[in-house]
Design a protein around this ligand. Structure first.
Ligand code: VGL
Ligand code: ZN
Length: 226
């Protein structure tokens, strides 16, 4: 499935029960970072603009931040015989399906948000991936599918019912967050032109789009809001 095949919703009226979820817009996912997402920097300004629109409509804005200890087991550097991009999966799914270069290490420049991102528009920052034994692609649930972040509680306490996801990377953190969002009872939209993917392994983006479509996730563009 290709991005061009998605049905894009138009004229979405946003209100106080909506939230924009800005996923991992951090230096290490930018083209010059440790785990670069191609053209990841090109969406920052447009995300700021949509975040302003959300704030003007009394909708909420939440940021997620990948926030790993330096000995995180998703890093290929923690194994004698592994390289970034190698396939690797623990039985419980806590780590994998691939290993990564060291990235988003706590309190490093790579873990900081892109300098142009208007962080002050955010109502909250949710950090994830702090347990060295468990990766966390989803903003809601770590990859063991048991450990919860604070995101769902935060959204529920703010009265949020619909979430609109943008940021990096399409086929990892955005996709996993979207799928879990449905399971947790939210109506979920992906803002397609405000996200970029890694496509590792090749075909991953296509699989994600198909999984999201089958799960009932809807799709929007940056000009879909009014
Ligand atoms: C991500 C891989 C590893 C992401 C985070 O934000 O999509 N991908 N850690
Ligand atoms: Zn990570």
């Amino acid at each position: 499935m290709k991005i061009e095949d998605l049905k894009i919703e138009k004229d979405i009226n946003i209100n106080e029960k909506d939230a924009l979820l800005i996923v991992d817009l951090q230096n290490d996912f930018m083209p010059s970072g440790a785990l670069p997402v191609e053209n990841g920097d090109l969406i920052v300004d447009d995300i700021n603009n949509v975040a302003e629109t959300f704030k003007n409509k009394k909708s909420k804005v939440i940021l997620t931040q990948d926030w790993h200890p330096n000995n995180h087991k998703s890093f290929a550097s923690q194994y004698l015989d592994k390289n970034p991009g190698d396939a690797y999966q623990t039985e419980d799914g806590a780590i994998g399906p691939v290993l990564w270069p060291d990235h988003c290490v706590q309190d490093t420049e790579g873990a900081n948000f892109h300098k142009n991102l208007k962080k002050n528009l955010g109502d909250a920052v949710i950090q994830k991936g702090m347990n060295p034994e468990i990766d966390s692609y989803s903003g809601f649930l770590e990859n063991d599918k048991k450990t919860k972040t604070e995101l769902a509680e935060k959204l529920k306490s703010l009265g949020v019912e619909r979430i609109f996801i943008c940021g990096l990377a399409l086929d990892y953190c955005c996709c996993y967050t979207a799928l879990d969002g449905v399971d947790l009872g939210f109506e979920v939209f992906l803002i397609v032109d405000l996200t970029k993917g890694i496509d590792l392994p090749p075909g991953n983006i296509s699989n994600c789009l198909e999984n999201m479509t089958n799960k009932g996730i809807k799709f929007a563009n940056k000009d879909s809001f009014k």
